[in-house]
Write a protein that binds this ligand. Structure first.
Ligand SMILES: Nc1nc2c(ncn2[C@@H]2O[C@H](COP(=O)(O)OP(=O)(O)OP(=O)(O)O)[C@@H](O)[C@H]2O)c(=O)[nH]1
Ligand SMILES: [Zn+2]
Length: 212
């Protein structure tokens, strides 16, 4: 019987220098073989195998990351994540192409329209026939293996990211909140994430926090 060799689900493609306004990063490209979905990791500085490396797992948000939207906190978190890494002197940002918590850009716009008429971010996803969060973090394993990172200091308010890393054998040494980007436009959205999606957002900040 002829059996085909199982292919890797994800592959590393190439790396290159990426100067940014925060400092000189290296960008590493990865692909999900079956879907050809492309993802990137940005690394900064150097470490020894076994060191604890600060990392941020960031899900794509075109509107927040590139178009200055204040409906969410993504743009501010992306900036703060990169700044924290540079201030620390080393670290990695995993930029995952999971737009709209995995439903895609156009469905996120449909979800936004439903939120404009009163639904919250979870109800809007469900109204469209999606689970509240469709994200899969499996590619992080290859990204971190490629960059020789085993122990991480994770910047997130999302406990699912911590659980996913632990399940793939990455040692999450610490979790640091990344409470940036709260505005009047996204206070309700962040409250829903805290109440319904288990986000560990600082409740005092959420209720009284500065408008940014
Ligand atoms: N479906 C949907 N997705 C949204 C909405 N607002 C933002 N998003 C997406 O939510 C994701 C946010 O990702 P992350 O920045 O990793 O945030 P997170 O899961 O809240 O976790 P941390 O920021 O690490 O605490 C991005 O993919 C956004 O595009 C929304 O109203 N509906
Ligand atoms: Zn966003």
């Amino acid at each position: 019987m002829v059996t085909s060799t199982p292919k890797n689900k994800f592959e590393f493609v190439s790396s290159a220098a990426l100067p940014t306004q925060f400092g000189l990063f290296t960008i590493h490209g990865f692909v999900e073989v079956e879907t050809q979905q492309e993802h990137v990791a940005l690394s900064y500085g150097q470490w020894q195998e076994g060191d604890t490396v600060p990392i941020r797992i960031h899900s794509e948000c075109l509107t927040g990351d590139a178009l200055f939207s204040t409906r969410c906190d993504c743009g501010a978190q992306l900036q703060k994540g990169l700044q924290n890494i540079v201030e620390h002197g080393s670290g990695v940002l995993l930029y995952l192409r999971q737009e709209g918590r995995g439903i895609g850009l156009l469905n996120k716009i449909r979800a936004y329209k439903l939120q404009d008429s009163g639904l919250d971010t979870v109800e809007a996803n469900e109204h469209l026939g999606f689970d509240a969060d469709l994200r899969d973090y499996a590619i992080c394993k290859l990204m971190l293996e490629t960059l020789k990172v085993k122990n991480v200091a994770l910047m997130t308010n999302n406990p699912k990211k911590q659980v996913a890393l632990t399940q793939m054998g990455i040692n999450v040494v610490s979790r640091t909140p990344i409470d940036h980007g709260l505005t009047e436009d996204n206070r309700k959205y962040l409250r829903t994430k805290t109440e319904k999606l288990g986000h560990q957002f600082d409740l005092h900040l959420l209720n009284n926090g500065p408008h940014k």
